[in-house]
Design a binder for this molecule. Structure first.
Ligand code: DGT
Ligand code: ZN
Ligand code: CA
Length: 590
């Protein structure tokens, strides 16, 4: 299905918004507001234009200056009406239609659209009939049982709304790691260039690559903490200083997140890094272990109880070694069994960040991607892949502009031609095929047999009861053409809970039918989660790690998927697309 809107929408004001993204954000807002007014078709046009804009590399102000509205109308999907709005924004910094709509509908009503299951029709009625115009009011009304008074709403709708509000709140508290990490790296670079700073490291949940993070923790190694902090609070990224000391400073960043910077002296850097990387649960377990061994562990070192001597603190390896353990990679530090493994010297060699040879789940503008097939292939070549699968949506996924059999054929002709043009990469023809409610795949054998890679995904009926969902997946896995299950639980972080089924049974069948399971790297998915990956590996299921890209930029998400696989303790041998081409061809293609 099309990528979660909150990623396409540049609703992340901290990502320095180029003008195209600013206009796109307004177009998305206009579309939402029109939806709320019950206007048909126009919202679709605005969203389409928004997607075009945010993926367009030439800035609109440049185009308008050079060619006026004519230049703007050369963009696909942009006619005169929308073109004029772009010109107005370039010239005046505002769009009249948007200003008008904002007057008619309070901002809080638009926020209500973020509540899962809340479509524009429902939100509009709650506003018109009950005067609910904020999330707070919505919660209060649902709690007090005042919504069931509306026809078509019941007690169940109130519960759904409250559950949805929980997800929205979580989203306000925790941000997607994949969105924050690139930004945090930039910030770390800036801190690194403060005079006197010898080294900088991201710590906390970000270093452990948890799917979502509450804040950004950064450690810097320097002798003079005060100087570093003075320079840090003056960085343009900082909105407000919460507290400032020589070793610890907390600020609120303009992007909306909090950031803690700690400065440590080189002598205790390792112990500090262990402490501030966490997790809290991992730290607690390490401390208990230290106590058992007659030592004491804190952020300044590992101390011998008798002599008081600091035994290990310069680097992390020493700290673990002194505790009689193997080094534990940050992605494993969640106290889910890694401590015991490290004591037995059984920490697996996790898959490396450079191990992937090809992306197997990607979209183009033949369905709902933003880029042409050729643009995607060019980027795949740049990334150094040996092979690359193009897997657009299947015909039932109408909203995602899924391909019917005829269009599949046409697309595959284009891919054949591209293969001649790019002999350095092995192009694989495929599709992300919807698993229909009866478990059948959305294409018949005559179409599937033309494909190298068949991704089976559930894009509808997420609320199917677990028993039926299990049956649905089992039926799909009987299909001999299926290569792997895409985003296997369908969760959208902060937006949609995973769908439920008998996961053990599905994994056992996957193993016996030789069907792999995806670790989807899309920041709002990160699906499977770490526990499920561990379970899959126990059951000898093979993994594939893919980006589910809908644009050339999305192809860079691969590292997040690898991080997730590492959080699930995956080794290179567990991952099919870590195989070089020849071996992959032998093992996977049938
Ligand atoms: P987050 O921020 O919720 O995404 O997760 P973390 O793990 O980054 O948590 P945070 O920012 O509160 O703290 C950063 C690290 O500092 C954490 O991973 C471990 C350490 N830490 C914080 N509070 C405690 C504590 O009460 N006890 C111990 N042992 N360590 C702590
Ligand atoms: Zn999908
Ligand atoms: Ca943190």
């Amino acid at each position: 299905m099309s990528p979660p809107q909150n990623l396409i929408k540049p609703s992340n004001p901290f990502l320095r918004m180029a003008i195209n993204k600013e206009i796109a954000a307004i177009f998305y807002a206009i579309a939402d507001l029109l939806d709320l007014q019950g206007v048909e078709w126009k919202p679709i046009a605005f969203r389409k234009a928004a997607r075009t804009l945010e993926n367009y590399s030439e800035p609109m102000d440049k185009i308008v200056k050079a060619k006026g509205i004519k230049g703007v109308m050369e963009l696909p999907g942009i006619g005169e009406g929308i073109g004029k709005k772009i010109v107005q924004y370039v010239e005046e910094g505002k769009i009249d239609e948007y200003e008008e709509l904002k007057k008619e509908i309070p901002a809080g009503v638009r926020l209500m659209l973020n509540v899962p299951g809340m479509g524009p029709k429902k939100a509009a009625r709650l506003y018109k009939e009950l005067k609910i115009d904020s999330l707070e009011k919505l919660e209060a009304f649902a709690k007090e049982g005042k919504i069931r008074a509306l026809s078509g709403f019941g007690e169940k709708s109130e519960q759904d709304i409250l559950m949805g509000l929980e997800l929205v709140k979580k989203g306000q508290e925790r941000k997607l790691m994949g969105i924050i990490l690139p930004y945090a790296r930039e910030l770390a670079k800036k801190i690194n260039s403060i005079p006197g700073v010898q080294r900088v490291e991201l710590a906390g949940s970000l270093r452990r690559r948890r799917e979502t993070v509450k804040d950004i923790d950064i450690l810097a190694l320097a002798k003079d903490g005060k100087k570093v902090m003075d320079a840090f609070v003056k960085l343009p990224d900082v909105e407000k200083v919460v507290s400032k000391g020589d070793t610890k400073t907390a600020v609120i960043l303009k992007m909306g997140l909090n950031c803690d910077l700690r400065v440590l002296s080189p002598e205790v850097y390792g112990a500090g890094l262990v402490h501030f990387t966490g997790s809290k649960e991992h730290n607690v377990a390490l401390r208990m272990l230290a106590i058992k061994k007659g030592m004491k562990l804190d952020e300044y070192g590992l101390f011998d109880n008798k002599s008081g001597k600091n035994l290990a603190c310069k680097n992390e390896e020493d700290v673990y070694a002194r505790l009689g353990m193997q080094y534990i990679p940050p992605e494993m530090r969640e106290n889910t069994g890694e401590i015991e493994l490290a004591q037995q010297k059984k920490i697996p060699e996790l898959i490396g960040y450079d191990a992937i040879h090809g992306d197997l789940h990607t979209h183009t503008n033949w369905s709902d991607g933003a880029n042409t097939t050729e643009e995607m292939v060019v980027r795949a070549v740049e990334l150094g892949y040996d092979y690359y699968a193009i897997t657009d949506h299947s015909k039932s996924d109408v909203i995602a502009n899924g391909l019917n059999e005829k269009r599949v054929k046409e697309h595959f002709k284009e891919i054949d031609a591209l293969q001649k043009k790019f002999p350095q990469i092995q192009l694989l023809k495929g599709a992300e095929v919807a698993i229909l409610s009866n478990g059948k795949l959305d294409y018949g054998a005559e179409t599937l047999k033309e494909m190298d890679i068949v991704v089976g995904s559930i894009h509808s009926g997420f609320k199917t009861p677990p028993k039926e969902m299990t049956k649905r997946l089992l039926t799909a896995m009987e299909n001999e053409y299926l290569t792997f299950l895409g985003h296997p639980t369908g969760r959208l972080l902060n937006q949609r809970n995973p769908y439920e089924y008998d996961i053990e049974k599905i994994l056992e069948t996957a193993a016996s039918n030789r069907i792999a399971v995806e670790v989807n790297a899309f920041p709002s998915r990160m699906d499977f989660d770490a526990d499920h990956i561990r379970l899959a590996l126990q059951k000898k299921v093979k993994l594939v790690i893919n980006t589910d890209s809908h644009s050339t930029q999305n192809l860079d998400f691969m590292e997040f998927g690898i991080a997730q696989a590492r959080r699930g303790w995956a080794k290179k041998e567990d991952v099919l697309n870590a195989l070089p081409w020849k071996a992959f061809q032998r093992e996977v293609l049938r």
